[in-house]
Write a protein that binds this ligand. Structure first.
Ligand code: IPM
Ligand code: MG
Length: 376
């Protein structure tokens, strides 16, 4: 039940809901309906606190990340995030734009250094992928572990200034050994729980960062003898992921490379609209994490407001939240299975609709309804 007044015996969790812009609020509505239903079935209570973030916060509070929003997140067990940004705010000064002014500071503020992006291609969704069916026959399951609070996204100096009489942009890629070590541990542990295979991505043939990255991942690998480790340069990885996606299991990447490769993986799997993500901080010691959960895709302003967006990524992000921040694994399984069954039954939003037999095109809320019907 999502009800602040519920009985004391039912465990309660506080969740900050940051729907944001574009399709964010539409897909968030479906995730909340799914959470409401699953919490009733699995007997826990969520107290939801809706807060402004991104463009809508700029419009209403003159800042993309209002203090109340940060405070709500600080007091919550987890953050469920929609998406931010859109053409309306693109011409603002860089630091005031929704992405740089809200999303990146939230990641940094809460130390959410580990971004898990499961790229799961259901066998029944193979036809929605632009990749040839014989390459992805039977589907695949790759987990991208992306470093999220370091690298070229955050390194200093970062500026656009006049140098030698012309405008010059500077972004700096910085990785400390300890930053590489902690994300490597996340990736090795993830691989241990899967098929013991880890591919680490770098650009060690050009970047100093790549040399340290590779060296450090190698060093950490000695603590995980059961995991087979290999390394790929990022350009080669971009190619191999399309050529032979089924041969990958866990992919570990620095911030920028993980950003790029995870979009590629999403597309190979069928659509960005299917891909959830979890951004996690250090473990709280009980196997759980404070985290922010969001679809890997963006605010999709081109289809916002039409009620046709795919809510699966947001719903699957809610499932990751139950699993990693609240430890409610059965409820999370129930959501994952319901999404899978709904897809297997042939229901498709526009982004994953093909003219295959036995498929039915549905809108955002119809997809939500079908998933709710399939919850156990
Ligand atoms: C993502 C997004 C963000 C990123 C943008 C919106 C800043 O692309 O989460 O992958 O680059 O990290
Ligand atoms: Mg991205």
């Amino acid at each position: 039940m999502i009800d602040p007044q519920s009985e004391m015996s039912v465990k309660n969790y506080n969740i900050s809901i940051l729907s944001g812009d574009g399709i964010g609020p539409e897909v968030m509505d479906e995730a909340i309906r799914v959470l409401d239903s699953v919490s009733g079935k699995h007997e826990f209570n969520l107290t939801l606190d809706n807060q402004l973030v991104g463009g809508i916060a700029i419009d209403e509070k003159s800042t993309p990340l209002p203090e109340e929003t940060v405070k709500s997140c600080e007091e919550s067990d987890a953050i469920l995030f929609g998406s931010v940004g859109g053409p309306k705010w693109e011409s603002l000064p860089p630091d005031q734009q929704p992405e740089r002014g809200a999303l990146l500071p939230l990641r940094k503020h809460f130390g959410l250094f580990a971004n898990l992006r499961p790229s799961l291609c259901f066998p029944s969704l193979v036809g929605a992928s632009p990749v040839r069916t014989d390459i992805i026959e039977g589907g695949f399951d790759v987990l991208c572990v992306r470093e999220l609070t370091g690298g070229i996204y955050f390194g200093e100096p970062k500026s656009i200034n006049e140098i030698d009489g012309e405008k010059t942009a500077i972004d700096t890629m910085v990785y400390r050994e300890s930053e590489i070590e902690r994300i490597a541990h996340v990736a090795f542990n993830a691989a241990k729980g899967r098929s013991n295979k880890l591919t680490s991505i770098d650009k060690a043939n050009v970047l100093r960062n790549g040399i340290l990255w590779r060296e450090t991942v190698e060093k950490i690998s000695q603590q995980y003898p059961e995991v087979t480790l290999d390394h790929l340069y990022v350009d080669n990885a971009a190619m191999q992921l399309i050529r032979r996606p089924k041969e990958f299991d866990v992919v570990l990447a620095p911030n920028l490379f993980g950003d790029i490769l995870s979009d590629e993986m999403a597309m190979i799997a069928g659509s960005l609209g299917m891909l959830a993500s979890a951004s996690l901080g250090e473990s709280k010691g009980d196997g759980l994490y404070f985290g922010m959960y969001e679809p890997s895709g963006g605010s999709a302003p081109d289809i916002a407001g039409q009620g046709i967006a795919n809510p699966c990524a947001q719903i699957l992000s809610a499932s990751l939240m139950l699993r990693y921040s609240l430890g409610l694994n059965e409820a999370a399984d129930s959501i994952d299975n319901a999404v899978r069954r709904t897809i297997d039954d042939g229901f498709r939003t526009g982004d994953i609709f093909t003219d295959e037999p036995n498929t039915i095109q549905v809108n955002t809320s119809e997809m939500g309804n079908k998933i709710i019907e399939n919850l156990s």
